[in-house]
Design a protein around this ligand. Sequence first.
Ligand SMILES: Cc1cc2nc3c(=O)[nH]c(=O)nc-3n(C[C@H](O)[C@H](O)[C@H](O)COP(=O)(O)OP(=O)(O)OC[C@H]3O[C@@H](n4cnc5c(N)ncnc54)[C@H](O)[C@@H]3O)c2cc1C
Length: 285
Amino acid sequence: MKINSVKLSDVTTYRFGGVCENFIILDSENDLPKLKNLLQNKTNFVIGKGSNIAFSDRGFNGNVILPQFDQIETKNESEIIVGSGVFLPKLSRFFKANMIANGEFLIGIPGTVGGAVKMNAGAYGWEFSDLVNSIRYFDLNSFEVQEIEKKDLNFSYRRAENLDNKIILSAGLKIEQGDTKEINKLLSKYNKIRKDTQPPGIYNAGSVFKNTSQFYAGELIEKAGLKGYDIDGVSVSEKHANFFIAKKNAKASSLYKLVQHVKESVLSKFGVDLEEEIIFVGEFQ
Ligand SMILES: Cc1cc2nc3c(=O)[nH]c(=O)nc-3n(C[C@H](O)[C@H](O)[C@H](O)COP(=O)(O)OP(=O)(O)OC[C@H]3O[C@@H](n4cnc5c(N)ncnc54)[C@H](O)[C@@H]3O)c2cc1C
């Protein structure tokens, strides 16, 4: 275990955020018992790759916990156990190397297994919940390791329930034999779609707003004439209107203002109340 003072801008894809004085890196599950004394009377936030969050420029006055559990173990022919710190593109490549189907959609999502469980990350008709059998977690109220079945996580679009104040430790994922040619075909297809339609993965956190069955957020933002709209170095991407791109050294507060502006514009033009997919952490008002 390591405890450092960390600039949160160094640990998130947006490169936003002030300092966290208590940034706790867990190297293995053996570190968990030490948390009981460390975490008293502070707010806790668990982080993966920070690819879906924007920390406040004022920093985070609590503990940020980074579990670096990156094991991938085969349990049997239909299940693998994957540490919550495993990078999703790495997991996708593991699936490919072992001729396992259905992990192709993970190739371009720059987060971890923990983040993918909590966000029910998805793309191209797939969601992380399609792979999950069960989750092991460390409960920050009881300080015990427990297991939860998929059905009790109530997965829905970009959402899992019953995981508040818990550190996801690992996921049991179902696996099925795939065909190398088919896997390669899908990987190339998905890589190409991303390259053609989305800006590169730096200085953003993917889709800002959730889509629904009635609308694509990006389409509404584009129709509202907001492509390219900029507030102090954070702008609506010209390539994909649901991606907001920051310039180097831009501020999280500018992203926050841009998000409010876009929400107000879309509400007044189309009567649609967009819901954020990215998570603002810390003080923004
Ligand atoms: C270029 C780009 C493209 C993207 N494309 C997609 C896409 O196609 N589909 C999609 O769904 N998302 C996409 N995203 C968003 C993001 O990558 C996913 O939401 C991802 O699953 C977040 O994982 P993370 O490890 O970065 O989580 P973080 O951003 O670090 O955290 C996200 C949430 O998960 C929680 N969390 C993380 N790890 C743990 C853990 N071990 N235990 C408990 N809670 C935890 C955090 O507390 C937070 O609530 C994209 C982002 C970028 C930058």
